[in-house]
Design a protein around this ligand. Sequence first.
Ligand code: S3P
Length: 165
Amino acid sequence: MRICLIGFMGSGKTTIGRSLSERLNLRWIDLDQYIEKKSNQSISDIFEKYGEAYFRRLEQGALNELLIQDELVISTGGGIITTPDNRVVLKNEISIYLEYPFETLYERIAGDSNRPLATSYESLKERFTSRLDLYEQSSQVRINCQEKSVNEITQEILTCLETIS
Ligand code: S3P
């Protein structure tokens, strides 16, 4: 089994990915961490030195590399769905969209210096709105996470997996 978690910045893809992988006894890989290790640079440095388009190419390459492997949970970065080919690829995976209202996400990511795109309220909201459809298009399952604990979200995903696999 291979599971991809998608969703906006701050939606808990990393935390839920780790928790889910423990429950399913699968390996867990965070795509951003994988890119950082591979390129030996932080995501912020990659954005600063080479720009977003370059990062998206690295991200696409890393995703495709990991999808050759099985028995793993992949926590993706929030912008993975902005690359059209990734949407097609993710739609064919067990991709789970962790959904939250914007205000909750904003509270979690505001001022995070490790997230180069976490800038002003307005620009983040615009980015969020423009991506909503793309998360839907790229996922098989959508989990409404608002007001739920990590355990509750993990359990809900496990229940969904039983029905789709
Ligand atoms: C991005 C989200 C980040 C990271 C990069 C770009 C985005 O990942 O990939 O900063 O475009 O939304 P997280 O969603 O884990 O913060």
